[in-house]
Design a protein around this ligand. Structure first.
Ligand SMILES: [Mn+2]
Length: 436
């Protein structure tokens, strides 16, 4: 069945087009810095927001037109595979991502869930073989079912920990079956409501135990995706352990996971943590931990996770600058963990929203490449830190100085130290010239 007969395969038509079902900036085959846009951006579409999100909110019922509901949950799940691959093909998206419960009904038992996952992943595999579309990452949803009320890896209940392990094992079996390039852990319930009843050390030790079991099982079955942890400071849990990139890096280093784990960073999670998206990418990049990104944006006037499609060119330019500085994002990608607004309920909005996001990231890529071509920010930074290139600065960096030698230097150099103006307003204005 064709779910979107009125939508043709989306083509690049350039900025002059009036066709809303066309790319105006994302030209998959256009070469930027020696690679095609398709290779740079590695776009992925998220199963959850695209196929299962219904437009309901805490105050209102579903609004979304989604014509794939069948007589049973399993029939709906099968229909969703058809519709999803129609969207992927028509958007020319090379990758997709999912949680286990997005694709198949949980049923009443773990055995039934496994059977449903086998049925649906057979269908997905056939579609992947037919289209060449690949799995960027999958993950286990260990936060929606009531059993995860007190967490999964961090639960106080050992039976819940065991059940989470069984979901992760199946997730890795599916990853192997579908050739998943990454495997994600997002701990929405891994945190605490109150410290009064929480053993933080045991909870964090246990999360690390679960991650080490995942590494060991991947080695056992001969499938080694890049493992990723996705930081988020809060929501649904009041305080989540993977608060931001720096906190999660400390966890990775404490438990010796740095060889196997990197970070999957999301725009809206960054802003909830009080950071910009590019801050989180910079922290990851300078620590060799930039794995993948969840491309979305929040609303500056709202304090929760709205997961909006990215439309802010300033943000995507700075994000793509970090990705280019990192030498690319592979084996990660740019996953649209983004949902249409409740008022944007037409089924065709799934295309229009992804086109908006893809064009916004393509603009960001072009702008970032232009900044690098002119050495705009690299020259500016080189000049700003020039004092560490020669003289006493070079000697500090080389490790040749200590507190006594620097005291001697400062006594001679004097207290009247000259600083340079940043001219930061000029820099910001010049940056605007690079926005595409
Ligand atoms: Mn989010």
């Amino acid at each position: 069945m064709v779910y979107f007969p009125e939508v043709e395969k989306i083509q690049y038509e350039g900025v002059g087009t009036k066709n809303p079902f066309a790319f105006r900036h994302y030209n998959p085959e256009e070469v930027v810095e020696g690679k095609t846009m398709k290779e740079h951006l590695r776009f992925a579409i998220a199963y959850w927001h695209t196929m299962t999100q219904d437009g309901s909110d805490p105050f209102g019922n579903p609004t979304n037109e989604r014509p794939w509901f069948g007589a049973t949950p399993l029939e709906t799940a099968k229909n969703r595979v058809e519709a999803f691959f129609e969207i992927l093909v028509k958007l020319d998206a090379p990758y997709f991502c999912f949680h286990d419960i997005d694709i198949a009904p949980e049923g009443d038992t773990l055995e039934e869930f496994y059977e449903n996952l086998d049925i649906i992943t057979d269908l997905i595999k056939a579609k992947m073989d037919e289209t060449g579309i690949k799995l960027l990452w999958n993950t286990a949803n260990m936060f929606s079912n009531p059993r995860f009320v007190n967490g999964a890896g961090s639960s106080n209940n050992a039976d819940v920990f065991a059940y989470a392990a069984a979901q992760v094992k199946k997730g890795l079996d599916i990853s192997k079956k579908l050739g998943g390039e990454n495997y994600v852990f997002w701990g929405g319930r891994e945190g605490y409501e109150s410290l009064l009843n929480t053993d933080m050390k045991l909870e964090q030790d246990n999360i690390a135990r679960l991650f080490k079991m995942a590494i060991a099982y991947g080695e056992k079955i001969g499938h080694k995706p890049q493992f990723l942890i996705e930081p988020k400071p809060k929501e649904p849990t009041k305080h989540q352990y993977d608060f931001d990139a720096a906190t999660t890096l400390a966890f990775i280093l404490k438990y010796g996971l740095e060889g196997d784990f990197k970070l999957n960073l999301e725009g809206n999670h960054a802003t909830l943590a009080g950071h910009t998206f590019e801050h989180e990418l910079t922290v990851a990049r300078i620590n060799d931990a930039l794995g993948s990104i969840d491309a979305n944006q929040g609303d500056v006037l709202l304090g929760w996770d709205t997961d909006e499609f990215p439309t802010n060119v300033f943000d995507t330019t700075l994000v793509m600058l970090e990705i280019l500085e990192n030498g690319g994002i592979a084996p990660g990608g740019v996953n649209f963990d983004s949902k249409v607004r409740r008022s944007s309920f037409a089924k065709e909005d799934l295309f229009l929203a992804h086109i908006a996001g893809m064009d916004t990231f393509a603009r960001g890529l072009k702008g970032a490449a232009a900044i690098r071509k002119d050495n705009f920010l690299s020259d500016l930074k080189a000049k700003r830190y020039a004092s560490f290139e020669s003289g006493i600065g070079a000697s500090i960096v080389a490790g040749n100085e200590d507190l006594e030698s620097l005291t001697e230097y400062s006594l001679k150099n004097g207290a009247n130290i000259k600083n340079e103006s940043s001219h930061i307003e000029l820099v910001k204005s010049q940056l605007n010239d690079y926005l595409v």
